[in-house]
Every structure is written in C-alpha cells, then in structure tokens.
Design a protein. Structure first.
Length: 304
C-alpha cells in the first residue's frame, strides 16, 4: 500500500558513519514511526550493515538498491549513472525515488543530517494530506554572506536559480526549495516528467547538471504546473553550508539546544566535516594540512 509520507536517504560508503548518526537521532525522535528507506549501490549494502554493526539490529529502516530506482524510469538506461560525477548521480537518484510508488510524499534527508527534537507527519503534511513545501528567497544566507565578505555566494546562487527559471519562462523573483531535507511530492515530480521532460524527449538524467540542480527543477515545476497546492514553509533544518557560517553562528551563541525552538534538526556539511568520512581519504597529507590551515583562518576571521 502506498504511504502518505515516508523518509528517504540516499547514501554511499563514505557517508556510512553519518548514516549511523542519523539513524540514532531518528530512533530517538521519529514520533510517528514514519517508514525510513535507505538506498545505496548494491555493492555497498554489506558494508552498510557492517558499519551499523550490532546497533543496526535496533534501527528500523528498509534498504533499497540505487539500481532499482534507476530501473524504475523506463526511459533511462540502466547504466545511465556510470559516466556521471558521483554527486550528480546521487542528486538525480534522490529525485527519482518517487517512481518506486512507495509514497505520495517523501522527506529526502541527507546522510549528514541529525534530528534534534521529536517530529511527526504533521510537520510535513497539512490536515488534508497535501505536503508543505520549503520555498523561500534565501535572504538570510545572502545577507550573512554579504556581511562576512563572501559576496560570490549570493551571485552564484542567483545565477543558478535564474538559469532554471528561464527554462520555464517564468518571470519574477528567484525561489529556492533548499536546503535539505526536502519535502517532495510524487505528483510534482510526475508533472515535471509529463509536462516538461517528456515533450522534449529527455529525462531528468539529461536535464540535471551542476548548473541546473534538481531542487530548482522541482520548485519551478511546482510554481508552473501546480500539481499540488503551494503551501510555503521555511527550512526545516539549520544547515551550515560553509564552515565560516558555522563558526559565525557559534560565536553568536547558537547551539543545538537553542535551535530546537525553530528547527527539527541540523545539517553539518560533509564536505568540511571530514572526520566522519568512512575509510581512508584520497587526498595527500600536505593537501589535508593546507585545508586545515585554511579552515583555521576562516575560524579566526569569524571573530572579526
């Protein structure tokens, strides 16, 4: 039977320690026991279970092969992801999860997420069953970046949003359906497929690139085709996109305990929280040392 709401995390071997941390937080805070799905490449399944170890027996989740999600799109080659950068193929697999028919809506959670307070179905769905949508103009991040001298943050994100917006011919402000976790509706993804991608003879695997992110395609599909009512909410999690953002927030007294008032969880970006990378890093020792020095300098800068 199709569920009205489920939780879903697409992961891979480097992030398995983060997945374990996420599962621990879910075990504590998933008030309504919403079903949780984890997908990985088939080749990574045994390693996932090994990393979870004995603790894994107490975690409630269903494993799905990434290959099954890819195969659910009849217009996509079964090997379509092989020549793509890993981060890009991961993003598209997350967006294609709806094709499995497991749920009308799903909360797409990244491995580097942690729930910090209890949550339930009503945090994601209205009383009539339609989902809320994280939809905003990103002004808080833009202002903070400008204040701290990172002016390219706003210009790069605005250019990205405008590129996707122009594909749909929509005029007006740029909107963002990020950051994660995303409340995604199967109806919105289906409307994008049937009303935009299929008439062009392409799939999401063709459309999504680093310059044209899947989150912006979802937002534009919602705004243009309105497969569901648009019910805007602000981001569910506090996300630290950059280490300098985290350091600045800490200096201002931000803690997980204080965040519980406004957020369900926290995301610590995996690209700078390297201590939770599973396995040996690919970068050389000098490279890692240089990265540490640069991070320390950004930490110092946050105090001035």
């Amino acid at each position: 039977m199709t569920q009205s709401m489920v939780l879903y995390c697409k992961s891979y071997r480097r992030d398995f320690l983060r997945v374990k941390r996420l599962l621990i937080s879910l075990q504590k805070h998933n008030r309504d026991q919403l079903p949780f799905y984890i997908s990985t490449p088939t080749a990574d399944r045994e390693l996932l279970l090994e990393v979870l170890g004995k603790d894994g027996q107490s975690f409630s989740f269903t494993w799905i092969a990434d290959e099954a999600i890819i195969a659910a799109n009849p217009r996509a080659s079964k090997d379509v992801q092989l020549d793509m950068p890993g981060g890009l193929s991961q993003a598209i697999i997350k967006a294609e999860f709806w094709r499995l028919g497991l749920a009308d809506n799903y909360l797409c959670i990244d491995s580097d997420s942690i729930f910090i307070r209890d949550f339930g179905k009503t945090d994601f769905l209205a009383s009539d069953g339609y989902p809320y949508t994280v939809l905003h103009q990103n002004k808080e991040l833009f202002q903070l970046a400008t204040n701290r001298g990172y002016t390219k943050v706003e210009s790069n994100l605005r250019e990205e949003a405008m590129r996707v917006q122009q594909l749909f011919g929509r005029e007006g402000p740029q909107y963002y359906c990020a950051p994660a976790p995303f409340i995604w509706s199967a109806k919105v993804w289906q409307s994008l497929d049937e009303q935009y991608l299929m008439p062009k003879g392409i799939t999401l695997w063709d459309a999504v690139t680093p310059e044209y992110p899947e989150t912006l395609f979802y937002g534009e599909a919602l705004l243009n085709f309105q497969a569901i009512p648009i019910r805007m909410i602000e981001p569910l999690f506090r996300i630290y996109h950059y280490d300098w953002q985290y350091y600045t927030a800490q200096r201002l007294g931000e803690t997980e305990a204080k965040l519980k008032q406004n957020f369900l969880g926290v995301i610590y970006q995996s690209n700078w929280e390297v201590e939770l990378d599973y396995g040996v890093g690919n970068k050389s020792l000098p490279s890692r040392l240089l990265k540490s020095v640069k991070r320390f300098l950004r930490y110092i800068k946050s105090y001035f």
